[in-house]
Design a protein around this ligand. Structure first.
Ligand code: SAH
Length: 369
């Protein structure tokens, strides 16, 4: 059996090359893209302005297959979550967050995650594999089709954040290609700065990203000093804060008038004291930046707790008083476990992390009993 090419795997450039290989004019590729991304058509037979001969040729070698929806659910606040089947029993979650002036889709880049950040539920699930470009683009396709989104006309999906499961910079090529489809006028037509890649801080890949893609960058900082950050984000051992900030400075230097967002999950008694805010101010003074404080979202078996509202506001005030632009992320969709750090999906773990986590959970339960 020969497997067909999934056209969701290609950006405009790749699709033009593919059509050239098939002996077709490259502009035909652009016609097909419009059918896919503006009209959400997956059957070549329905592409009425594409000649019959080409449709048959495409039929023979290619297909347009978004991931299968295993489950979907809408929260009380209209946040919508999809569980999308990948292969071999794996699944990832994608979340749409509507607001009055924009609609943001939170997209996953890997099945599970290898980084093991201590306060993230995806981290407890271990890692299986990178998602293919078609599986990343497919998440946006499923949401755009559901919303009836049409770029520049029916704009319901205005922003994408690569903040779902996984570390996008460890799936570099597929993520960059997928982001190119998101920003292409013949694709999902999003503005460059409305596509945001969030990373736990892979320094060399931040530099590479700066060379190839013009997107907004968010960095999961979570602690203002190396000692604490290494405990929360083990990757910090390899790329400590100084190097991370330097890479962010280089990224920002390429883009006048844009700033880097630093995400900071507020963990009660861990990273939420005034001295942490003061250390954070010093870091933020080194580059054009803003801070996004994320109230911790709980999950089964975690030892962390959310900082209380007053502590978060006081922390924010210290930063604001020092002139550091600081917002507090509103928790959305937590009644359907769709909030930050709660995305789980189904991960057939290739590491031993799930087993370890279960063991720790049981130990904890015995301890309490
Ligand atoms: N690996 C990338 C992409 C994931 S983004 C990264 O680390 O940036 C997911 C964001 O939610 C990150 O900032 C992450 O640190 C944060 N997060 C993870 N677990 C959380 C939790 N339980 N509560 C609130 N935020 C969490």
């Amino acid at each position: 059996m020969t497997t067909k090419l999934n056209l969701l795997d290609y950006d405009r450039h790749g699709l033009r090359d593919l059509f050239a290989e098939l002996g077709e004019k490259p502009y035909r590729a652009e016609q097909v893209m419009k059918w896919i991304y503006h009209r959400h058509v997956t059957e070549f037979a329905q592409m009425t302005d594409v000649g019959k001969a080409l449709r048959e040729k495409l039929e023979a070698v290619a297909e347009i297959v978004p991931p299968k929806i295993l489950f979907e659910k809408q929260a009380a606040d209209a946040t919508h979550k999809w569980l999308l089947g990948m292969d071999g029993g794996n699944a990832v979650e994608t979340v749409f967050i509507p607001e009055s002036n924009r609609g943001t889709l939170c997209v996953s880049s890997q099945i599970g995650c290898g980084l093991n950040c201590r306060f993230c539920s995806t981290g407890t699930q271990g890692f299986n594999r990178n998602l293919a470009t078609a599986e990343i683009v497919g998440q946006v396709f499923v949401a755009a089709r559901h919303l009836g989104n049409v770029p520049h006309r029916q704009r319901k999906l205005t922003n994408v954040v690569m903040m779902g499961m996984g570390e996008p910079l460890l799936n570099f090529d597929n993520v960059v290609r997928a982001m190119s489809v998101m920003r292409d006028d013949l694709g999902f037509g999003l503005a460059n700065k409305r596509v945001t890649l969030s990373t736990a801080g892979l320094v060399p890949m931040i530099d590479r990203l700066g060379e190839v893609a013009d997107v907004s960058l968010a960095v999961s900082l979570h602690a203002p000093n190396d000692e604490l950050r290494t405990q929360l984000v083990p990757l910090n051992k390899k790329y400590p804060i100084d190097e991370l900030i330097a890479a962010c400075q280089r990224y920002a230097a390429r883009r006048p008038r844009t700033s880097i967002t630093f995400e900071y999950t507020m963990l009660r008694g861990v990273n939420d004291r005034p001295e942490h805010a003061r250390q954070l101010i010093k870091l933020m003074r080194r580059l054009p930046s803003k801070v996004n404080l994320i109230p911790f979202n709980t999950f089964a078996g975690t030892v962390f707790e959310r900082s209380d509202e007053a502590t978060i506001r006081a922390f924010q005030k210290i930063l604001l008083d020092a002139g550091v632009l600081t917002t507090v992320r509103r928790t959305r969709g937590d009644d359907i476990d769709a909030a930050c750090g709660q995305l789980k999906g189904q991960v057939l773990d290739r590491t031993r992390r799930q087993a370890e986590f279960r063991r720790r959970l049981e130990e904890g339960a015995r301890h309490v009993a």
